[in-house]
Design a protein around this ligand. Structure first.
Ligand code: S3P
Length: 441
């Protein structure tokens, strides 16, 4: 099916349903595993890799930098979940050609940290959405370390030309709470002689720090500060990627808002910097249980069980925002299905994601009949109004497409989501899972 024509029709699902399944691998962890294994000395066997368009971009970039990837252990080598990566032992090769990051801000920001630390010139670019996202947030610290980063306009949008160098370490006070910026600097610091310190304004996801420890890169965390003494060559070590809680989020909301529904999700990553959605749904009155089943690779994983019931509105704001940032589109849908008011604040970062997610969520919820007020940094939803099916354009944003597919389960009539090829950037197989769920109800 051609990219522009793929679409998804969702009919309402009124029956309480029961399901137990696993979601695909965590996107954030998969990017980082590809990079660290690609830089490491030795061979890393990766199980549970997320074979989404985004992570495949990062993998291809690491191959262009000299890593060798064996996909033969996977049923589908084009979308490998099991792979072996032989790293370059710190000897990063000039990728030679433009590094294509597709739709992925994580790929671009993290890879820029690696490219900036080696003495060659490289170019990185993405699709239309990525090329409109701000890269100044990484250009500033990388330039302070001695690289040159040239982009378009005031916000340094991609395509970027990175003039790498032997960097000097910095202590950097991050103005935005961004795990991508933190990871960019830490990766550059790992390849640089001396002490690099990143100070976060708020806690952000800590997968880079955990994987550093797994790959033998000494990193210390003191409150909001992360310190690393470089240079260090990571040591290859096999890793299993847990399921992505941000993908689980769609089904969690679908179950939580349907009285009588019962859902069990197994093998989901339960890193405390990612499971804010569990607390939000609990505040909304959902019955959610989280059970840790393991986590020897540094990332806890386990089972999430949800029983659906009536939801009530809540407030999502402040330090909680980085922990739920990618779940806000589907949590806004939960807000529209809940009784009372849901207010989302301090989430202005949503405006510079794969799309302006405040604008896209507000306009689409309104198109389905919800009462929503837009703020610069969030929205206020008066929940409990009946939703009606509508034609929903994804705007090429995977989380908008999937969040509104979930809204469609609760709407009157058919909801048609258009331009759904973007779903493959984070959740290949989402549509099939939705069809299975609908077939059961
Ligand atoms: C990510 C961090 C978050 C998140 C993104 C993935 C990561 O972005 O929104 O989807 O893997 O580090 P920021 O930390 O830049 O806000």
């Amino acid at each position: 099916m051609s990219k522009s024509t793929r679409s998804l029709e969702v009919r309402p699902c009124r029956e309480p349903w029961e399901a137990s399944f696993c979601v695909p691998g965590d996107k954030s962890i998969s990017h980082r595993v590809a990079i660290l294994a690609g830089l490491a000395r030795g061979e890393t066997k990766v199980t549970g890799f997320l074979p989404s368009d985004d992570c495949l971009c990062t993998l291809a970039a690491m191959e262009a930098m000299g890593a060798e990837v064996d996909r033969s252990g996977s049923a589908d080598p084009a979308r490998p979940e099991t792979l072996t990566i032989r790293g370059v032992a710190g000897e990063v090769r000039d990728p030679g050609a433009l590094v294509d990051c597709g739709n992925s801000g994580t790929a671009m920001r993290l890879l820029a940290g690696v490219l900036a630390a080696r003495p060659f010139r490289s170019e990185v670019a993405g699709d239309r959405s990525l090329n409109s996202r701000p890269m100044r947030r990484i250009a500033l610290p990388l330039e302070a370390m001695g690289a040159q980063v040239a982009g378009q306009g005031e916000n340094c949008k991609p395509p970027l030309v990175i003039e790498g160098a032997d960097l000097r370490p910095i202590t950097y006070d991050m103005p935005v709470a961004s795990a991508q910026v933190k990871s960019c600097i830490l990766l550059a610091g790992m390849l640089t002689r001396g002490r690099t310190v990143v100070r976060q304004p708020e806690v952000t996801r800590d997968h880079t720090e955990r994987l550093f420890a797994h790959f033998g890169v000494p990193v210390s965390v003191d409150g909001l500060d992360v310190t690393l003494d470089g240079p260090v060559v990571p040591m290859a070590r096999d890793v299993t990627v847990p399921g992505d809680v941000s993908s689980a989020a769609f089904w969690m909301v679908a179950a939580a808002a349907r009285p009588g529904a019962r859902l069990e999700l197994r093998g989901v990553g339960l890193n405390p910097t990612r499971v804010g959605i569990v607390r939000v749904l609990e505040r909304m009155g959902a019955s959610v249980a989280m059970q840790v089943d393991g986590g020897d690779d540094g990332e806890p994983y386990g089972t999430i069980r949800i029983e659906g019931g009536p939801l009530q509105g809540t407030e999502i704001a402040g330090a909680e925002i980085p922990n739920v940032i990618d779940e806000i589109p589907v949590l806004a849908v939960a807000g529209a299905l809940a009784n009372g008011v849901t207010e989302i604040r301090d989430a202005e970062e949503l405006r510079v994601k794969e799309s302006d997610r405040i604008r896209e969520v507000v306009t689409r919820l309104r198109a389905m009949g919800a009462a929503v007020e837009e703020f610069d940094d969030g929205m206020r939803i008066v929940g409990g109004r009946p939703l009606s099916g509508a034609e929903i354009e994804s705007h090429g944003d995977h989380r908008i497409a999937m969040a509104f597919a979930i809204a469609g389960l609760f709407a009157e009539g058919i909801t048609r989501i258009t331009d759904t090829a973007c779903i493959d950037t984070s959740y290949p197989g989402f549509e099939e899972r939705l069809a299975m769920l609908l077939a059961r109800s």
